[in-house]
Design a protein around this ligand. Sequence first.
Ligand code: SF4
Ligand code: SF4
Length: 449
Amino acid sequence: MDPKGKGRRQFIKNSALGMIGTGLAGGRALAASQMPSRPATQVVPDEAPKIKEYRTLGRTGFQVSDISCGFILDEGVIRAAYESGMNYFDTAEEYPGHHRVLARVIKTMDRKKVFITTKLEATKPEPRATKSEIKEGFLKRARKALEELQTEYVDCLMMHCPEKAETLKDEGFHAAMAELKAEGRVRHVGVSQHGTFWFRDPEETMEKILLAAAEDGRFDVFLMAYNFLKRDNAECVLEACRGKKIGVALMKTAPIAIYDTLRSRIEALEKDKKDVDPLYADGLKRYKEKFEAAQEFIRAHNLKNPGEIRDAAIRFVLGHPDVHTACCQTQTYDDLNAYLKLSGTKLTVAESAKLDAYREDCGALYCRHACGVCEPSCPSGVPVNTILRYQHYFASQRREKEAMGYYAGIPGVRADACGDCAAPCEAACPYGVPVQGMLLVAHETLSMP
Ligand code: SF4
Ligand code: SF4
């Protein structure tokens, strides 16, 4: 972490911030009440990386930047994001150390002009726990989060990944939220969902849970998974959000594989595993075949890096009228610059065609977030969707340490069960994902010493 280091100097040099010092970059559609001040004589050039569009975050009424910040551990990058006009910052009690990093930047922010959300894991209450005990548990965790964030209040406190629609009705949780609201320490209550250990209850899909949350009426903001490869089960949720004026923040918006990483992992496994079960080798072979088909797409479209498709993917979600902000994984100043350039832009016809072609040629290499359809077919109960989400954190979002920690913490069976299996999960996957090979690679990656 080097908030004042080379990356930040380069970012400032590349941006209007170099010209306006620590003033904030404004936006054409920014509400007057949120208009940041800057010296009247300074002109921000069009090419400066800044937020260009703000949208109303549902019934919260907040004018939110169309591009916003997910989990970032670099204090300097968070500060630069804020100075560029991003105003929605997402965190969670389970993101290691993130509350305290964000706290250091919050102190320097104009608190009224930003929307801070944090999330508390939805816990399964002990069978004998009373409503009052559950309430006290949530209150204790919420107060700890507020203390770590060093802020008087959070704009939204979310129930994180409830496993069932029934969990949304946890009266202990709602009693805690009511108390915190009355104290002015929580402004809104929300819910986030990107899939859980779905195999435990296949009826409880992301859309079922979020539709129930919309119906419940106590959740003002949703943080949910939606992207150009995963539309079917989220469209109905977005429609419900429109009807109920629920704010919509998206995650997992760019499900783009980093192909160089994939190739080296597959090759390393092929090289190292000479004496593996033939079923292991078969699974890896099927994965490689799909991977090679994707390589054709990359060659045909002259893709030098996944950035081009990622940009189109984000423009795609921003084009949905019921989406208010896309939370992006902005780990570096370069990431930040790239995402800021997407603010206020539209998907072109050529980009849309390219996304269609990508879906056709590369779609099988993406395990849809919040899916889990194949999981009941697994004789060992492997949490396929969860493991491949952790692999996405590692390989596409560069959250290596965190992903490995999550993988180590999976209770029960992990992907080491896949080596001598005939992989019935692959026949069950409607998207043709080469599940076994992907899990074998994920296991090797996520359990590296
Ligand atoms: S492998 Fe296929 S069916 Fe299984 S969770 Fe992923 S996308 Fe869904
Ligand atoms: S390969 Fe076998 S053990 Fe692994 S997830 Fe698929 S069905 Fe389960």
